[in-house]
Design a protein around this ligand. Structure first.
Ligand SMILES: CC(C)(COP(=O)(O)OP(=O)(O)OC[C@H]1O[C@@H](n2cnc3c(N)ncnc32)[C@H](O)[C@@H]1OP(=O)(O)O)[C@@H](O)C(=O)NCCC(=O)NCCS
Length: 208
């Protein structure tokens, strides 16, 4: 029997543009279908905070859809959220090349630490509803977030990027495999009650 392969691709949409095009009601209804049983913080953020944070420009969320080439089928497969922060990294975890790059981009530094502005990947997760998580891989989703930041940094400068995750072997393996290096720990704020444990591991990567 002849098998028919349907070509597919990913479409990224800034949540602010989705709200503008569809209105807040329809956008909320799309987001309400997102589930992430492995990480309730990822699920609750997209359902209850992402719209408000996008409006306030606290952070910007980007939805990733899987779509067939004919446009007949579209599925929400994941999302990531980016915001701008300032980080301090101990020089002991940086390579000589990384310190050189940071110095040349004008970071504030002492004998022991570098302090500089960097984009934070504040959220990242696949949508587990109806098996949509199988339509995208974690590295592809993370690469989309990195590409987005790389394009912004091409215009405004900067080379570093960071993120924070729960202290779980699976997550640390995932991010280490994608060239992120651990540089510290952050105690949770009181309102971060969807996160397991009392702290988050911080990791950074240099974008080439
Ligand atoms: C993190 C993620 C993007 C990685 O995607 P991926 O590289 O395609 O890998 P998988 O989804 O196959 O996950 C790899 C393994 O890690 C486990 N895992 C993923 N997220 C996990 C989490 N938050 N807690 C515990 N285990 C987790 C998976 O169950 C899987 O375990 P298995 O190999 O025993 O089946 C994806 O797993 C995900 O969306 N996880 C939930 C959201 C999340 O935790 N995001 C990270 C926020 S910092």
């Amino acid at each position: 029997m002849e098998q028919k392969f349907v070509k597919t691709h990913f479409v990224e949409m800034n949540l602010s543009d989705v709200i503008e095009q569809l209105g807040e009601g329809e956008t909320k209804s799309i987001l309400s279908s997102f589930t992430c049983p492995l990480n309730k913080d990822v699920e609750n953020f997209i359902k209850h905070k992402a719209i408000e944070f996008s409006k306030r420009t606290t952070s910007k969320t980007h939805l990733v859809f899987w779509q067939t080439e004919d446009g007949e089928h579209t599925e929400l497969v994941g999302y990531y959220t980016v915001s701008m922060k300032t980080i301090t990294i101990s020089k002991s975890v940086l390579s000589a090349n990384e310190i050189r790059k940071l110095t040349s981009q004008g970071c504030e530094h002492t004998r022991a630490e570098c302090r500089f502005p960097a984009p934070l990947i504040a959220q990242l997760g696949k949508n587990y509803t109806s098996g949509n998580d199988t339509l995208i891989s974690g590295p592809d989703l993370l690469q989309m977030a990195i590409n987005k930041i790389r394009n912004v940094q091409k215009e405004v400068g900067g080379r570093f990027i960071y993120l924070e995750c729960e202290d779980k072997k699976e997550l640390l393996e995932f991010y280490n495999g994608c060239n992120f290096k651990v540089f510290g720990k952050r105690e949770l704020d009181k309102d971060e009650d969807d996160i397991q444990g009392s702290y988050l591991i911080q990791l950074f990567a240099m974008i080439s």
